[in-house]
Design a protein. Structure first.
Length: 429
């Protein structure tokens, strides 16, 4: 389908998902990135991305100094600056609350903002991960109420689930096939054509918005369940004194074996999205057993890892109460500064309950954000003292270059949560 002329795109939410997408669209269209965080907007307009998803050279190549340019990216926290746009792409986070219930507040607020400037003919596309039905049953009514316009008559909607992999410089947004959808067949074709114009990997047009929403939420639920399976295997094989990594390597010689690894499952996707699907299933009277079982097992891994560390310390004759431990990494994954829903904090909390004094070193994590979110002190600078135990919690590339001996006392423990150090570690998950 041929796209209309004078396309002007607004991307609402300039985080790990929104910024890479806005940057990509800005290579062909006029794009205005909107974010309520004024500090974030100023940083981006100066060419620096604190999430490290877009490097300075790439970002500066598309930046323009006003919202009237025909091609390029301008970032703002002023809502009126995006009023002239005709495509609005919402990329705000969809977290869960302390009881693991979906929190749609960011979606509601962003929909209210878009509703204030919505015009006839505009298309609002959501990328945030949700359970099936959120776009049309939760977001669209907000757009209608605030704008006074009629859905599928005056304005239209689409859904194209994000597939960003934070920290991954190989599988960038344009190289990952994109699922698209629209609130009418014609709008679906428009949404698909828009993404197809910049996504070199291609697109898949789903028959409905709900199908696209469901496809996204099961992607991460499937990964969560598979990781839970290998985490359970790790617990079993540990009791049998069998190396889990060696078992997985042997099993992977079969062509259809899925190469999942045990580990801590955090972040804003895999550790969260299954709860969205579970909540929706329960609203329909079905209790999802496998999905929630996987979540329970993965959520228990922090305490399990801590218990294994303590057992090994005891075996080495290290006095646990008052022992010093260096935790390498606190972000939810390697080579990424994102600390949202990181499960390393579960390990740290459990270790502290044993009386262990934990020093946290992470060159990528924002020290103030860690303190604000988790009440934990961390440092971006390499410690100079030696410790009774060193735990590789996150396999940042900086850590893989370290000489661990410089942190070790004569009888120190080196524990490898990520299973990347091989034989130099005393043990691994």
């Amino acid at each position: 389908m041929k796209l209309e002329q004078n396309i002007k795109i607004a991307v609402i939410g300039l985080g790990y998902v929104g910024l890479p997408l806005a940057r990509l669209f800005a290579t062909k269209y006029s794009v205005i990135g909107f974010d309520i965080n004024e500090t974030r907007v100023k940083s981006l307009n100066s060419g620096f991305d604190t999430t490290l998803e877009v490097d300075q050279e790439t970002l500066k190549a598309v930046l323009v100094d006003n919202s009237n340019s025909e091609i390029g990216l301008y970032c703002t926290n002023v809502l009126e600056d995006i009023a002239a746009c005709n495509y609005f792409i919402v990329t705000v986070p969809t977290p869960v609350d302390k009881n693991n219930r979906p929190d749609l507040t960011p979606l509601y607020k962003s929909s209210e903002s878009v509703g204030k400037i919505l015009k006839k003919g505009d298309i609002v596309i959501y990328e945030s991960t949700v359970y099936p039905g959120v776009t049309e049953e939760q977001c669209v009514p907000v757009l209608e109420k605030v704008s006074g316009l009629k859905f599928n008559e005056d304005f239209f909607a689409g859904y194209s689930p994000e597939r960003i992999n934070p920290g991954d410089k190989e599988h960038t947004v344009e190289k990952i096939l994109k699922v698209t959808s629209g609130s009418t067949p014609e709008v679906g074709l428009k949404v698909d054509a828009l993404y197809k114009s910049v996504i070199i990997a291609g697109t898949h047009l789903a028959p409905s918005i709900k199908v696209a929403e469901a496809a996204k939420v099961i992607e991460n639920s499937q990964r969560d369940i598979n990781i839970a399976f290998v985490n359970e295997l790790a617990k079993i094989f540990n009791l049998m004194n069998i190396d889990t990594q060696e078992v997985l390597t042997a099993a992977a010689t079969k062509w259809n074996f899925l190469p999942f690894k045990p580990g801590l499952v955090g972040g804003h996707c895999i550790g969260v999205d299954p709860y969205y699907l579970a909540q929706r299933a329960q609203e329909f009277g079905y209790h999802p057993e496998i999905i929630l079982a996987g979540r329970r097992l993965n959520d228990s891994m922090g305490e399990y890892v801590a218990s294994q560390i303590v057992k090994l310390m005891i075996k080495k004759g290290i006095s646990v109460n008052g022992a010093s431990l260096l935790m390498l990494g606190i972000t939810f994954k390697e080579n990424c500064p994102d600390v949202r829903n990181t499960k390393i904090v579960d390990v740290i909390k459990a270790l502290k309950e044993y009386g262990i004094i934990v020093t946290i070193y992470d060159p990528l994590a924002n020290v103030e954000e860690v303190k604000r979110e988790y009440k934990l002190e961390t440092t971006n600078s390499s410690p100079i003292e030696k410790f009774d135990a060193i735990v590789l919690g996150v396999s940042h590339k900086e850590f893989l270059k370290l000489s661990f001996s410089e942190f070790q006392k004569e009888n120190s423990l080196l524990y490898d949560v990520k299973g990347v150090l091989g034989t130099i570690a005393d043990n691994r998950l």
